[in-house]
Design a protein around this ligand. Structure first.
Ligand code: FAD
Length: 347
């Protein structure tokens, strides 16, 4: 029996990174448990923009038909609205829009179908609260931690600058009118994305300082600039605004000597890059393989640093430019496609 045959992998967290880790470890012949504290499907605050590089990764994980079968929206154009300026460009490749309630459920179901054993009291789909039998795997020697981002730092709380994320789906005839573009609207202290998802709906999702949200009764739309208000005219919100936070936009790239970190648990990158799910699938796949093959934790985390370095550096630079109110120059001088490409992880 090979080492991989004998290996047991425990994945903590069943989001995109955890599901990708489970699928990759299963493909290596490992026996896998996956622990997820939520019951799917569930909403999650996210722009739900799927970067084009996700399609080949899903193919490799054996989920090639997932985007078409779930009627993910196809996104071919982007528009940035910053400080009264507008920049429009075509994306180098087709991106996708799919709600996290669908994506995460489909990925988690696929991992279970392939043989990942749910190992948490509420992990079985559609059976809230039902206890899943404890798999008899003994002590797992390889652990993938994919339980999402850490809570934001306390420093922001003291200075009143904590950042929160928000989202709500919208429907209506106007949603279908421009269903192939992702649009980003920047405003004082925050920004908001408008992006198509499946079934003709659009997702409105962004970030704003807690203090401003609090002053407007936690109604994000009260902060929107006129161009965004006019963009959303004629649309109806499908559910109450969901909020999450505080977000730590300045966190580092983490590492452990006893586990393989993947996805946001490894590194949370500014959401305006629209590449967090891509990074989660990439590092989840790497982590699942590394865990099944018992690669050293150091070697695995070094490979992740290589994959994520450019994306993290460019995102930090852009955030500093936005803070320094250099956004207008950003829009004027940097080609949109270049901006977009620089914020992708190295696949
Ligand atoms: C406002 C906002 C907008 C964003 N927009 C986009 C976008 O448009 N496109 C994009 O690509 N990315 C976007 N992102 C980033 C993206 O959401 C994340 O990068 C992605 O969700 C990371 O996936 P993950 O699997 O690492 O973590 P998660 O998706 O957070 O999954 C972690 C899972 O672990 C579970 N869990 C947590 N703790 C435990 C535990 N102890 N035991 C068991 N289970 C546990 C959780 O329930 C969760 O299901 C956005 C993020 C924010 C905040």
């Amino acid at each position: 029996m090979s080492t991989a045959d004998a290996s047991r992998v425990r994945v903590v967290g069943g989001g995109p990174a955890g599901a990708a880790a489970a699928l990759a470890a299963l493909a290596e012949g490992a026996r896998v448990t996956i622990e997820e504290k939520s019951v799917f499907p569930r909403h999650k605050v996210c722009g739900e923009f799927l970067s084009p590089e996700i399609a080949p990764i899903l193919d490799e994980l054996g989920l090639g038909g997932l985007l078409a079968a779930s009627h993910a929206a196809r996104i071919t154009r982007a528009a940035l609205h910053i400080g009264g300026r507008e920049k429009r460009f075509r994306l180098p490749e087709t991106a996708y829009g799919l709600s996290r309630s669908s994506l995460d459920r489909l990925l988690f179901e696929a991992a279970q179908r392939r043989g990942a054993a749910p190992n948490a009291p509420r992990a079985r789909l559609g059976a809230p609260g039902a206890a899943a039998p404890e798999p008899d795997f003994g002590r797992c020697s390889a652990v993938v931690i994919a339980r999402g981002r850490r809570a934001g730092s306390g420093a922001g709380a003291r200075s009143g600058t904590r950042i929160f994320g928000f989202k709500a789906h919208h429907v209506g005839a106007a949603a279908r009118a421009s269903d192939d573009a992702v649009e980003l609207y920047f405003f004082e202290g925050g920004y908001c994305g408008v992006s198509p998802i499946e079934n003709g709906a659009i997702n409105v999702c962004g970030l704003a300082p807690e203090a401003l949200l609090r002053a407007r009764g936690f109604r994000p739309d009260a902060l929107f600039p006129p161009a965004l208000v006019s963009r959303l005219r004629g649309l109806e919100r499908s559910f109450d605004w969901l909020l999450t936070g505080p977000l730590d936009l300045h966190g580092g790239l983490h590492a452990r000597s006893d586990a393989y970190l993947a996805g946001d648990a490894l590194s949370f990158v500014d959401p305006f890059t629209g590449s967090g799910i891509l990074a989660a699938l990439l590092t989840g796949r790497l982590a699942g393989r590394a865990a099944a093959r018992r690669l050293s934790h150091d070697r695995y985390h070094a490979e992740c640093r290589r994959v994520l370095r450019r994306q993290r550096d460019v995102a930090a630079l852009l955030r500093d430019m936005l803070r320094a109110r250099l956004s207008a120059s950003l829009v004027r001088w940097i080609p949109g496609r270049l901006l977009y490409q620089l914020t992708r992880p190295a696949c």
